[in-house]
Design a protein around this ligand. Sequence first.
Ligand SMILES: [Zn+2]
Ligand SMILES: [Zn+2]
Length: 334
Amino acid sequence: MQINALAALEKGAELQPFSFQAAPLKSFDCAIKVLACGICHSDIHMIHGDWGISRYPLVPGHEVIGEVVEIGSHVTHLQLGDRVGVGWQQAACMHCLDCLKGNHNLCDQAEGLIVSGYGGFADYMVVDSRFAFILPAGVSTQAAGPILCGGATVYAGLRNAGMTSGQEIGVIGIGGLGHLAIQFASRLGNRVTVFTTSADKADFATQLGAHEAILVPAGGSPPLPINKLNIIINTANQALDWLGYVNYLDSNGTFVFVGIPSEPLTIPITPLTSKQRRIMGSEIGSPAMIMEMLQIVDKFGIQPMVEMFSLDQANEALQRVLDNKVRYRAVLTM
Ligand SMILES: [Zn+2]
Ligand SMILES: [Zn+2]
């Protein structure tokens, strides 16, 4: 199969047309005709080689929605014509304790779709079918892409931190991740407090279901807490006054990082020990978590807010993401 894609041919390069011949399908592989593909900030990090793991030519795109057009000999859960979504992960060893527990995202041999393969900025894509998830009928093709990476990241982060319902949940940052975290937490019956530096975004957050928006001066500290929160999820990528936020946690509260600031975390220990608070991290989501999330998205009408672009506008769309101008996720349609 010939695949026509867009690729960065070298570190930091603009995307340009790149065609290649896909290898014959392995037994668990499937080929999909790409219908839409979200743009995630990780695509930009990979194009720029920021993490030292990029290989060129690099075809970005790891929020892929497509239609199954071919399946390998061992694939039984997918049929031709199925509409599927693929996120960051495309492989795991399937044998280690983490994999056997269903936590494939924690496997030491986990592989990223655009790290070891070619992503969804293309007409077709080949992927291990065990990382391609059937979309419920109510989940729209255009909006679904951002759910597969951004959505999974915040849904798994909140669940891994212990979110159920009837809790007080805090969300730091209202962007591609935060606007989805607000919806998951509030639709599942929690009271949501958001922290933002923007009055406009505070209004938007309440439209999305947040119950309270706390304005924080840019580069400053949040006001002293009144309500205490059970879980706070951080979606911001810059260093903040972490202690100011940890003080918002109730006893036994959990602070979970999904946004990853580059600076090390420095915090006094007593605010943790005296209230049995936890700080944890979470990254993407396991296959089981993604399937559960897709059901929740369908049942509760979680809707990413997207700006649509055509594939030949990919460079322009990437620039808008880089400039933080997109409200709140960009999606390419093929
Ligand atoms: Zn991503
Ligand atoms: Zn494994």
